[in-house]
Ligand binder design. Structure first.
Ligand code: HEM
Length: 502
């Protein structure tokens, strides 16, 4: 018994020693950092007071004027380098990308097939998959998918019309409706399904989609393992996605593939491209093809990455337009002029002509970059010859996008909503890597064009037909869900909506 107790005491002492040693890393290197909490590192306020991106934003603002290009940080026990110098941001994301090509997030494609997706996988496998999937997102492909987006946009307009009466303001929760629009668009394009989320608010696609974003196995208890020790979590063969989510998407992808192969139906959407690659694999061409599980994981990430990101962007844009009536009037004028020029229709070319609308979306994404921090794992020692820039292999590098977007030296009066910050001239006058809602470099968002297209189409329909303003229920400052990795309004966005007399 006493031997057992001694062993336990020894084990605890060893763990404490290892923890203290690990938390002494930045101190030993003389890199500026905040003193870590013995258990939580620099993450003490996570989920209690701040979102993860707000923690990195505040860290950036605090350390950006130091003599070093980054600050040391402990994500629990994992050492992170929070970049505070724009030149180093550019080196990490673009110039020296070969040191930093992975995100270092959890994936376990064997036990948890949904995680074998483009966002999470690493190394040669990622390079190969990115190369195979890039042609799926060309502007030609976007043009083919445009009619689907317009059709769903019209349906969303009808929902707004049903919920509002001419001349009378109605207070609506916006995020829920626009999330059903983006779920239907992506559901159509990635899964070839008419998900009917707009008509039926409880449609499985939306409810399961929300669970896929917000729910993790073990009720979030193992988050510190998934986020802090992704390699260990994989070795322990852990799964992060809940079973119902995996079963739902597996069933839908299986049914869609079977249906399309049987009927030979082609829709020119994401699923068509994935099925083409699936057929190559089935025909023995593994080099260019994708297995069923690979198709499943990509369809899943297209849905997840495309649904929540664009709908929250639309919600935040309408919130800002409600608070800035002059901008709202100006963008409505542009939308009406362009639509009139294009035979009173919303066309692909017309959307491209709506420059001010694009500026509104860009400024929205500056204030609310949905994924508000970027991560890269250091794959090999970076800059070993210069101690100031040296980042050791195995260090997680964090680009604090939210911090950069709120840096008053880059964007004066950062709290103000000013689409004028995104004229061609204003963009050209700013340094590179100062607008990062889609990331940058070879590992940036592959769906950027599609995301912008569906956001602009949805907004064009709504702004043309309705005015948006603050109601007593509208929050003066949006509260975010603190546990969510993506920026998301905790209480939704409630706005007064009035139908415009035509
Ligand atoms: C407003 C809409 C969107 C926003 C704000 C957004 C944002 C982002 C960001 C910040 C990243 C990480 C970039 C980096 O680390 O440098 C990313 C990656 C990614 N996004 Fe998006 N996204 C949007 C729409 C979409 C859509 C519509 C799709 C697909 C249909 C998509 C698919 C992906 C994928 C697959 C990745 C991983 C790329 C890789 O690692 O190679 N996103 N997105």
């Amino acid at each position: 018994m006493s031997l057992l107790l001694s062993l336990i005491a020894l084990l605890i002492s060893l763990l404490l020693f290892a923890a203290r040693r690990s938390h002494g890393y930045w101190q030993r290197r003389g890199i500026p950092h905040d003193v870590p909490h013995p258990l939580f590192g620099n993450m003490k306020n996570w989920q209690k007071k701040k979102t993860i991106a707000q923690i990195f934003r505040d860290y950036y603002i605090k350390h950006k004027d130091s003599d070093y290009p980054f600050a040391g940080f402990y994500f629990f026990f994992q050492r992170n380098a929070v970049i505070t110098d724009l030149d180093l941001v550019k080196r990490v994301l673009i110039k020296d990308f070969n040191h930093f090509e992975n995100r270092g997030v959890f994936y376990n494609e064997i036990d948890d097939p949904l995680t074998g997706n483009l966002f999470s996988i690493e190394g040669q496998k990622w390079r190969h998959l990115r190369h195979k999937l890039t042609p799926t997102f060309t502007s030609g492909k976007m043009k083919h998918m445009f009619p689907i987006v317009v059709k769903v946009g019209e349906e969303m307009e009808k929902i707004f019309s049903d919920k509002t009466t001419l001349g009378q303001g109605q207070v609506l929760e916006i995020v829920d409706i626009v999330a059903r629009y983006t779920a239907d668009v992506i559901g159509n394009c990635a899964f070839g399904l008419n998900c009917n989320s707009l008509q039926d608010p409880k449609a499985e696609f939306v409810t399961i989609g929300k669970r896929a974003v917000n729910e993790r196995r073990f009720g979030g208890l193992l988050d510190f393992l998934f986020f802090g020790f992704p390699i260990l979590s994989r070795r322990l063969r852990l799964k992060i996605n809940v079973q119902e989510v995996e079963d739902f998407y597996s069933r839908i992808v299986r049914e869609t593939i079977d249906y399309r192969l049987k009927t030979k139906e082609r829709r020119n959407d994401f699923m068509d491209s994935l099925i083409d690659m699936y057929q190559k694999e089935q025909g023995g061409n593994a080099e260019d093809g994708l297995s069923f599980n690979e198709v499943l994981a990509q369809a899943f990430i297209f849905f997840l990455a495309g649904f929540e990101t664009s709908s929250t962007t639309m919600g935040f844009a309408l919130y800002e337009l409600a608070g800035n009536q002059d901008v709202q009037d100006k963008v409505r004028k542009e939308i009406n002029n362009v639509i009139e020029k294009h035979n009173n229709e919303i066309t692909y070319e017309g959307i491209k002509e709506m420059k001010y609308l694009e500026q509104v979306v860009m400024e929205t994404l500056r204030k609310y970059p949905v994924l508000a921090h970027l991560t890269r794992m250091t794959e090999s020692d970076f800059s070993p010859e210069d101690p100031k820039y040296f980042i050791a292999k195995g260090t997680m590098v964090v680009i604090p996008s939210l911090g950069i977007h709120y840096d008053p030296e880059i964007y004066p009066e950062p709290e103000k909503f000013k689409p004028e910050r995104f004229t061609d001239e204003a963009i050209a006058a700013r340094p590179a890597c100062t607008w990062l809602p889609f990331g940058e470099g070879p590992r940036n968002c592959i769906g950027l064009r599609f995301g912008l297209m569906q956001t602009c189409v949805g907004l064009a329909y709504l702004i043309r037909g309705y005015t948006f303003s603050f109601a007593p229920e509208t929050e003066e400052h949006i509260h975010f869900i603190l546990s969510s990795v993506l920026l998301s309004a905790k209480n939704g966005i409630h706005l007064k909506v009035e139908k415009i007399l035509k």
